[in-house]
Design a protein around this ligand. Sequence first.
Ligand code: NDP
Ligand code: OXD
Length: 318
Amino acid sequence: MSKKGKILLAVTGWDPIVWKRELEKCAPDREVLLEPEGDVDPSIHYAVVWKQQPSLLSKLPNLKAIFSLGAGVDHIFHDDNLPDVPIGRIVSPDLTMRMSEYVIWRVLDHHRHGALYRQHQTAHQWNEIENQPPASKVTVGIMGMGELGRDAAQKLGLLGFRVTAWSRRPQQVDGVECYHGAGGFDGFLASANIFVVLLPLTPETRGILNLRTFGRMTRYDHFGAPVVINAGRGGLQVESDIIQALDDGVLSAVSLDVFEHEPLPENSPLWDHPKITITPHAAASSSPSALVGSIVDEMDACDRGEQIANLVNKSAGY
Ligand code: NDP
Ligand code: OXD
């Protein structure tokens, strides 16, 4: 069988071998090279990456496209020396479903006072919490209404929550009150009790979860103060501001799946804060068997001269 353009697999932080095996299974007619063995091979046409080393991709003279192993692409843009080729990212029912599971788990746990009931159980206390409104009295605000946000919004709506959303450009989604852009931010922040953050990390969104933003979340009706759930990226949040907002009662509780520095350093004060629930960037893990087939299909489409389906807008940064 004639070999098609080679693939360079450049992965940091995950085991590359399982991804290599899956690529070899789905693309038997392409050779898969791990860095550094392939990082200057001119017959490499595609790079499949998660947090690649800076300047690696600029050494590949015949690169046709870069594929992210996740939905996010901020890890690719860390490289100031990126070649000017299209970038594809993951959009997959598997990843979307995993994220919606996480969002619903965290929203329901906050809504149903999970942390407090766990404390009561530890103390052997039989104590029904009276402040338990139905979902229909609670509004969940989705910050970042893209592939993941839209699915979570729809599933939260099915559970009976009111849903609002904020995006960069205008959107219309049945059953969801949509806000957009800087002009819509205050209205959005005043609209919800629980905020679910599914934004990408870009120069515009970095640090957006800060004290000023928390202070504009003005609905105090259900929990005493709003709840924030961040599964987007750690760089969206100012971690010291989160602690201050919780200590000052500006926020009532927070769930964090992502952090400015990952793994979260052992001495981070976030670990021990009683109002913070931490998961280790596990909201929606990329699964090799679910994702690699569609990346290989995208390479074949590129070879035919077609556009990548899940193309990153490089100027917007996501
Ligand atoms: P999409 O690109 O489909 O959606 C991004 C959304 O954010 C869009 O609605 C977009 O607006 C909005 N947005 C972007 N910039 C701004 C801005 N400046 N102001 C307001 N809204 C903005 O991404 P996905 O839904 O697929 O993924 C979202 C993020 O989730 C990923 O980038 C990644 O960081 C994170 N993620 C985390 C995982 C985890 O395990 N924790 C797993 C997977 C993803 P518009 O609709 O106008 O374009
Ligand atoms: C992603 C992630 O971007 O897992 O897909 O964070």
